[in-house]
Design a protein around this ligand. Structure first.
Ligand code: ZN
Length: 409
């Protein structure tokens, strides 16, 4: 016994002499099987620097900075967010390399991650001017780019793939506009599901024009084309509201600190990986649904992007959203809804996890970035992808047809 213990001790010492143990920091995790959160200290993987969040695959900076956030950062919240995104983005890379076996993830050059950046993204100059309509409560991935030669010298810039997490800003939901009348009464709930969905969609549409557009329509076109992770949460507040159509059910305030929501890191990283076929610069229900799907697979939760105390009060997206298809789901305004996610999730449940993930991943090759609809483009892409990767395509496509039928297509 003593001998064994001695051996164990020696082998332990040998291991620890070789295994490099990186510094540990506090991050936010969700509990298994729920979306409750807790904080714990974890080791920061694959660091290249010994004093800042600069690693093999990710470098985390503040705003427009070039240098990574230091381990000695005095702003505790910034330190927490830096550790959190660094950890979760490395988890996302690990997922794509090992579980999905993505070549793109294996070879992707180091990604710059920006925290608390409020500047708009400018395709020609990287960062728009500081005072031009600052952005809050969302995240986006930015494709690599370069300023053209005609841009003045001091604005010349060149950048690789980046992920931006915007600062949190508490917005009063009242500022978004009055709630209007309440058409969805208990009586309506007794109606047939298709009619209810139709009315709900009509109502959402009207609500969105009423609240959502006046505040945001002023945004310049290029930023409009970049998909948001943050905006969806705002939409969810509104859609959640329309479900109950009563201001009593709506939170007084809306806020979202995207750097603290693990699945938003997974979602944004998915956009980078899927960009071998799906350009990052389009926010469509199909593009967003694809990124949501892989965020959900990685997080192993039924609902993703759920509330995080102090950081987000937005409603989650549900992989098992039961609503039936309506043509409103094709509207880019619905890029933030969970309908596409639920369609893709049904594919996974029909074909099994392993084949389902392969089919959804393969489907990106048959999608066009800006014009693919759910009812036509996406379903067709999934069936084609099944031809490529399903074991028994004829049988499995029949199964998929009936799944799509149950979803209202
Ligand atoms: Zn997105």
């Amino acid at each position: 016994m003593k001998m064994k213990l001695g051996l164990a001790l020696i082998s332990f010492m040998a291991c620890s002499a070789f295994a490099e143990v990186g510094p540990s920091f506090k991050v936010l995790l969700r509990k298994d099987g729920s979306y409750k959160t807790y904080y714990t200290k974890v080791e920061m993987p694959d660091l290249e620097s010994n004093n800042s969040f600069d690693g093999k695959y990710f470098k985390v900076v503040k705003g427009k900075d070039k240098e990574a956030v230091s381990f000695d950062e005095k702003d505790e919240l910034l330190l927490l967010k830096a550790a959190n995104v660094y950890y979760h983005l490395n988890q996302a890379r690990d997922f794509w390399v090992n579980q999905i076996q993505s070549e793109k993830a294996k070879t992707l050059p180091k990604v710059t991650v920006r925290l608390d950046i409020f500047n708009q993204y400018d395709e020609l100059g990287h960062f728009a001017h500081d005072n031009r309509n600052p952005q809050y409560n969302n995240a986006l991935s930015v494709p690599e780019g370069e300023t053209p030669a005609w841009v003045p010298g001091e604005r010349q810039d060149k950048w690789g793939n980046e992920i931006w997490f915007r600062p949190k800003k508490v917005i009063s939901t009242k500022e978004l506009g009055p709630m209007g009348p309440n058409p969805l009464t208990v009586g309506l709930m007794a109606l047939e599901q298709p009619l209810l969905s139709y009315m709900q969609n009509q109502f959402n549409q009207r609500l969105m024009q009423q609240f959502f557009y006046p505040a945001y329509v002023a945004r310049p076109l290029h930023e409009d084309l970049i998909r948001y992770a943050g905006t969806f949460a705002l939409m969810k507040v509104i859609m959640y509201g329309s479900k109950y159509a009563d201001s009593l059910f709506i939170d007084k305030y809306y806020y979202l600190d995207t750097a603290m929501i693990p699945e938003i890191a997974y979602h944004e990283y998915s956009h980078l990986i899927l960009s071998d076929y799906l350009a990052m610069s389009h926010s469509t229900p199909v593009n967003e649904g694809m990124a949501d799907y892989f965020a959900a697979v990685q997080s192993k939760k039924r609902k993703i992007y759920g509330k995080v105390s102090g950081f987000s009060n937005s409603a989650p997206k549900d992989t098992q959203e039961k609503r039936l298809y309506s043509h409103w789901d094709e509207s880019n305004r619905y890029a933030t809804a969970d309908f596409t996610l639920s369609v893709l999730w049904d594919v996974r449940e029909t074909l099994g996890e392993e084949v389902g993930d392969k089919v959804v991943y393969q489907a990106r090759k048959y999608l066009t970035t800006s014009t693919s609809t759910i009812s036509h483009g996406l379903l067709k892409a999934i069936l084609k992808a099944c031809d490529d990767v399903c074991e028994y395509p004829r049988r499995d496509k029949l199964k998929l047809y009936s799944t799509f039928g149950r979803k209202g297509f």
